[in-house]
Ligand binder design. Structure first.
Ligand code: ATP
Length: 150
């Protein structure tokens, strides 16, 4: 048992289904790394970078939140609210979302509910921008399925 059997899904689509050597994800308790043979676990995800490592490739994705479940037998399921590969992140859209959130936070009259919503939006846009910038010089994928061209 030296592989992780990994699936990442959102309400919109199946994002990634791969055999991995390790998985690192952003949880409420901090970034955690799962290796084959990990004990069963359920964790809540927060906005941040998910790193799925196969024998030959590395996938870096933004996840907005959701759940991680590590099952017996090294099966891992991530149910994410939203997820995008680094190369799918639209930097202009994330920058606009960040500016919108920052502007809304400066408003005098903002309810607690709005404040929580806008803070979450800011956190997501900052995470998307960080991931995009961190991996800006990575090779461009051809299929998104692990094939990269020079
Ligand atoms: P926005 O305010 O720009 O709509 P959001 O944070 O409200 O962003 P989400 O609700 O998290 O967006 O996601 C909605 C859909 O849009 C998901 O499919 C997500 O993958 C996609 N998405 C959101 N922001 C970006 C982005 N900057 N680049 C690429 N896809 C994005």
């Amino acid at each position: 048992m030296n592989k992780l059997y990994f699936q990442l899904v959102t309400p919109e689509k199946k994002v990634l289904s791969q055999e991995l050597v390790s998985l690192s994800c952003p949880t409420k308790l901090g970034q955690i790394t799962i290796l084959p043979g990990h004990i069963p676990l359920v964790a809540t995800l927060v906005p941040g970078e998910l790193h799925a490592k196969t024998e030959n490739d590395d996938f870096y994705l933004h996840v907005s939140g959701g759940f991680l479940e590590v099952q017996k037998g090294s099966k891992i399921i991530v149910l994410a609210d939203a997820a995008e590969h680094d190369f799918e992140i639209d930097i202009k859209r994330a920058e606009e979302a960040k500016l919108r959130a920052e502007k809304a936070l400066k408003e005098q009259k903002i309810s607690e509910e709005e404040y929580a919503q806008v803070s979450a939006s800011l956190e997501k846009s900052l995470s998307r921008l960080n991931i995009k910038r961190k991996h800006a010089h990575r090779k461009v994928p051809i299929t998104g399925g692990g094939v990269f061209k020079e």
